[in-house]
Every structure is written in C-alpha cells, then in structure tokens.
Design a protein around this ligand. Structure first.
Ligand SMILES: *[C@@H]1O[C@H](CO)[C@@H](O)[C@H](O)[C@H]1NC(C)=O
Ligand SMILES: *[C@@H]1O[C@H](CO)[C@@H](O)[C@H](O)[C@H]1NC(C)=O
Ligand SMILES: *[C@@H]1O[C@H](CO)[C@@H](O)[C@H](O)[C@H]1NC(C)=O
Ligand SMILES: *[C@@H]1O[C@H](CO)[C@@H](O)[C@H](O)[C@H]1NC(C)=O
Ligand SMILES: *[C@@H]1O[C@H](CO)[C@@H](O)[C@H](O)[C@H]1NC(C)=O
Ligand SMILES: *[C@@H]1O[C@H](CO)[C@@H](O)[C@H](O)[C@H]1NC(C)=O
Ligand SMILES: *[C@@H]1O[C@H](CO)[C@@H](O)[C@H](O)[C@H]1NC(C)=O
Ligand SMILES: *[C@@H]1O[C@H](CO)[C@@H](O)[C@H](O)[C@H]1NC(C)=O
Length: 460
C-alpha cells in the first residue's frame, strides 16, 4: 500500500516537474502581481500530512529566487496538508496559501536547523547557547508577502511545549515566522495555530504590515506570544484576533547589555483593531526586552476579554533603554485583572553581565477613552526607586469593578503623571485637577506605513 502511494507520488512529481521545466507557468489559479509563478507540487510537494515537504519548499524557493530581479515570483500552496521543517524565503516573493492549505510544522527536531543567536539578545531565550530556526524564516530580504485566503500554518507546538517544560531541549524553541534584517514585508490573511513559541517575530526590519491574522494557541501554552515587533521601524498591525498563552502583542528591542550595545529601537508602530484573549498575560506588552528603546507607538480600537491586563510596560534595572511617546485610545476591556500595569522589577536577565545602574527612561505614556468592566484592580503602577516612570497621562476612563473589588484600586509606587475624568479615583501620584477636564494627547499626523496599500492576490 505504502509502495503504491510512493510510486503514485513519484510519478506525479515527475509529471509536474516535466510540465514546469517545459516552461509552462503554473499559476495555480492565483495571481499576486508577480511575473513568475509555481505551485509547491511542481517541486515534488505531497500534501498528505505525512510526507515531508522540506525539500520541496527549499527547491521551490531556490528556483524562484532566480527571478528576484526579473519581476519576482509567487509560490502557491494548494489545498492539502503540507508537513515541513524550517524553510527560508527569498526577495520579491509571495508565499500564498489556499484557504484549504495547511502547512504543518514537522515534529522531527532534525528538520529544524540551528541558526545564529540574535545579537541584541546575546543568549537564546529558552536555552542560552543555541536556537532553532523558525518554521518560516527570512533574512536580508526585501519585498516579501506571506498571505493566503485565510489558509493555515500549524506549528504543531505541543511536543515542543512538553519538552520545554521538561527541560529536554538544548536550543531555544523555534518561532512560527521570523524575518530578520528585511524591508517591505507583509504577513496577512492567515490563520496561525500552535506555534512552538512566539508566532510572528520581525526583528531588525522596516516597513512591515501584519494584517488579518487569526492566531490561536491554548491559553496554557508556554510563551506563545502572538506578534512580537522587535527592533523594527515603521510597522502596522491591524485586524488581528489573538488567543494565546502569552502576550497577544509584545513590543521588544533587545535584552539588557546586548540590547543596549546593539542599540536598535522599535519605533513608529501602529496597532489597531486587535481583539485579544490571554488570561495570564497582556493585551499589549511593551518589554520586557526593551533595551534598544521603544518610541512612538500608536494603539487604537482594542478589545480584550478575559485578559490579565490591558497595556503593560515591563522593565527592570539592567534593561536600560526607554519606553516613551506611547499613545493609546479607544480600548474596550472586559474581565481583566488589571486595566493598567507597569512593572519596574521584571527581572529575567540573559546572564550576570548586566549593569544594574542601566535603568529605563519611561516617559510620556498616554491612555484615553477606555471603558473596562469586571475588573479586579484598576491599576498597578510600579516604577523604579530613583527612576520614576513619569509623564503618565490617563483621561476619559471608566472602570467598573468586579462584585468583590479589591480595596487598593490604584496601587502606585515611583510613578508621576496626571489624570482627567477617570473612575474610580486614582492615586495621589496621578492627581486629577478639580474642574480641569482634558484629553491626553494622541498624534494627529499619520505614519508613512499607514498609507502603504495592502498587496492582494486574486483567484482566477
Ligand atoms: C536559512 O538561512 C539561514 C541564514 O542564511 C541559515 O542559517 C539557515 O540554515 C537556512 N535554513 C534553511 C532551512 O536552509
Ligand atoms: C544581513 O544583514 C546584516 C545587517 O546589515 C549583516 O550584518 C549580515 O551579515 C547580513 N547577513 C547575510 C546572510 O547576508
Ligand atoms: C482574505 O481571505 C478571505 C477569506 O478566505 C477572502 O474572502 C478575502 O478576500 C481575503 N482578503 C484579502 C485582502 O486578500
Ligand atoms: C479565518 O479563519 C479563522 C479560523 O477558522 C476564522 O475564525 C476567521 O474568521 C477567518 N477569517 C477570515 C477573514 O475569513
Ligand atoms: C540534546 O538534548 C537531548 C535530550 O535531552 C539529548 O539526548 C541530546 O544528547 C542533546 N544533544 C546535544 C547536542 O547536547
Ligand atoms: C468577572 O470576572 C471574574 C474573574 O474575576 C469571572 O470569574 C467572572 O466570570 C466574570 N463575570 C462576568 C459576568 O464576565
Ligand atoms: C470617552 O471614551 C468613550 C469610549 O471610548 C467615547 O465613546 C467617548 O466619546 C469619549 N468621550 C470624549 C469626551 O472624548
Ligand atoms: C502594590 O504594588 C506593589 C508593587 O507592584 C506590590 O508589591 C504590592 O503587593 C501591591 N499591594 C497591593 C495591596 O496590591
């Protein structure tokens, strides 16, 4: 039986590649505005959920990379279940998944090569000396689109979570999609499930659009952050629905002395129309790795349900860097432990080489137009002694509490700022001036990334 399947698969492959090499272009019924096109089956891909397609993906991308300077290329993943280990992308390239295409992450560790540690982290996050390549990886690229008709990429993360918890891994777990040192990246219209660790990790990139992702992982799964913009400039995240075991979005920029030395901030980031469910984590975290700095983040139209906190700033002595010019408006939150949370004692250092005198500059943090209900604590705001988190502004915020609310609703230490029209009453460090109603600022200008159109594919 197996033999027959193999023979069939082989003859199908031979036929498909003969067609391909005759020069016939196989659009797979999809047009993404690239001059060249191929379907995964042209390279021996088998969508049975059992056969490894690692070689097929590699052969396809290697072949299509030749067209980078000749109109670019698209690779179509047709309906089926396409098991694969890590594979790399190329420039001027679209990876398109049909709505019934499922890319399955291999559970065989040997299908996941090790890649260099991230210079701004110095160490692997789970395991210091090594890290696995992400399932879909790209570095030093330009003009890449990963999209689909809401097709699925399933990391099959469970064995990784088990091994991680049992300390059986000797490298940091892979992410689902990681793009490094790249420009003009779009990741859109996909369902991503069960990543071994973080889902989408652009790092040292610029001009990135993440749109229309449904990201799903068990709320108990370890470190399954949704989207982690890391040392990136000009990025827009919109229309995403995320259920995960860690922060729905975690904005980062390197870890302690390594991040300070690398010195690449995350700047000019827009996050809008996000829905998040994450009972033990934040809707949007800023940090904890923020040593290269985080500045000019604009957040709007956010919904969170059964989530630990709204926006959470996480830092510590040793991080250095900064978190400044953060603007958020129109957040609707239901069943939250904290609406506002800032932590100045996050801990978790790469090694003992961090500088305890390197403290973060947290300043100009602006939140407005927030409605929350069924809340346990309105705020837990903890700066650093001798390094207060300052310039905090909160306006037009209505927080309704749980049936049995905690007594200390605004727990403030080492913070400074102002509030207007906030209930329940805030702490003395964030005074509300009698008779003076104002709105906290939100920028009126647009970032250039907001005006970049989405690239779409059309079906024949
Ligand atoms: C992808 O590219 C990186 C960097 O060039 C390399 O280290 C890695 O081995 C490649 N991965 C695969 C699966 O070929
Ligand atoms: C990618 O770009 C970075 C930064 O410019 C450079 O240090 C690195 O060597 C490049 N890597 C490759 C594989 O070209
Ligand atoms: C995204 O996928 C949906 C569902 O398959 C489809 O209807 C829609 O046209 C796609 N949107 C874009 C922008 O490609
Ligand atoms: C994509 O699929 C997910 C999971 O099935 C679904 O919840 C979501 O609504 C779909 N998105 C679009 C744009 O069709
Ligand atoms: C990696 O970890 C596994 C399981 O703990 C172990 O069997 C293997 O020898 C380790 N490999 C290396 C290179 O350390
Ligand atoms: C309110 O929050 C509590 C947890 O603090 C939860 O158990 C309860 O179901 C929530 N109630 C509603 C009506 O959502
Ligand atoms: C206060 O916030 C609510 C909820 O976002 C909004 O509907 C309302 O217009 C805001 N009020 C003012 C005066 O901006
Ligand atoms: C107030 O916040 C501090 C610092 O985060 C914490 O240690 C303390 O337990 C909190 N107190 C209450 C009563 O929640």
């Amino acid at each position: 039986m197996l033999g027959l399947v193999l023979i069939l698969a082989e003859s199908r492959t031979a036929f498909a590649s003969r067609e391909f090499h005759k020069g016939k272009r196989n659009h797979g019924g999809v047009k993404c505005g690239r001059k060249h096109s191929a379907v995964l089956t042209d390279f021996g891909g088998v969508g049975d959920g059992i056969t490894s397609n690692t070689k097929a993906f590699k052969a396809a991308v290697d072949h299509l990379s030749r067209f980078a300077s000749d109109g670019g290329a698209q690779l179509i993943v047709p309906p089926g279940k396409w098991l694969t280990g890590s594979f790399n992308l190329t420039s001027h390239f679209t990876l398109f998944l049909h709505k019934d295409a499922v890319i399955l992450g291999s559970q065989d560790e040997s299908e996941w090569p090790l890649v260099a540690l991230l210079p701004s982290y110095g160490k692997g996050r789970d395991f210091p000396d090594a890290r696995f390549s992400s399932l879909i990886f790209g570095t030093n690229l330009t003009d890449v689109v990963i999209t689909g008709n809401n097709g699925t990429i399933d990391g099959q993360g469970e064995p990784w979570w088990i091994k991680y918890r049992a300390h059986q891994l000797n490298a940091t777990r892979p992410y689902l999609i990681e793009i490094m040192y790249s420009d003009k990246i779009q990741i859109s219209n996909l369902t991503l499930i069960n990543s071994p660790s973080w889902f989408v990790h652009p790092i040292y990139c610029s001009n990135i659009i993440v749109q229309g992702l449904t990201i799903l992982a068990p709320v108990t799964s370890p470190n399954t952050d949704g989207i982690d913009p890391d040392s990136c400039t000009n990025m827009r995240i919109e229309d995403c629905f995320i259920v995960s075991g860690d922060d729905c979005i975690a904005v980062k920029s390197g870890w302690d002395q390594y991040g300070i030395k690398f010195g690449k901030p995350t700047k000019k980031l827009v996050i809008r129309r996000l829905t998040c469910i994450s009972p033990d984590s934040a809707t949007i975290a800023l940090g904890s790795e923020m040593s290269g700095g985080i500045q000019d983040v604009r957040i709007e139209d956010i919904t969170a349900l059964s989530t630990q906190s709204g926006i959470r700033i996480k830092s510590a002595r040793g991080r250095g860097g900064y978190v400044k010019d953060i603007f958020a408006r129109r957040m609707t939150l239901k069943t939250m432990k904290y609406v506002f949370w800032m932590t100045g004692s996050y801990g978790s250092h790469p090694d003992q080489g961090f500088n305890p005198n390197a403290v973060p500059d947290v300043d100009r943090i602006n939140y407005r137009d927030i409605v929350a209900e069924n809340v346990t604590y309105s705020a837990r705001l903890e700066g650093i002694s001798g390094d207060p988190f300052k310039g905090i502004c909160i306006s037009n915020t209505t927080i309704k509490l749980t049936e049995t609310p905690k007594k200390l609703q605004w727990n403030c230490t080492n913070v400074a700022g102002v509030t207007s029209n906030v209930t329940p009453k805030t702490c003395d460090m964030l005074p509300e001036k009698e008779g003076k109603v104002f709105d906290c600022p939100f920028p009126k200008n647009r970032l250039s990334i907001e005006d970049v159109p989405l690239k779409t594919c059309s079906l024949d």
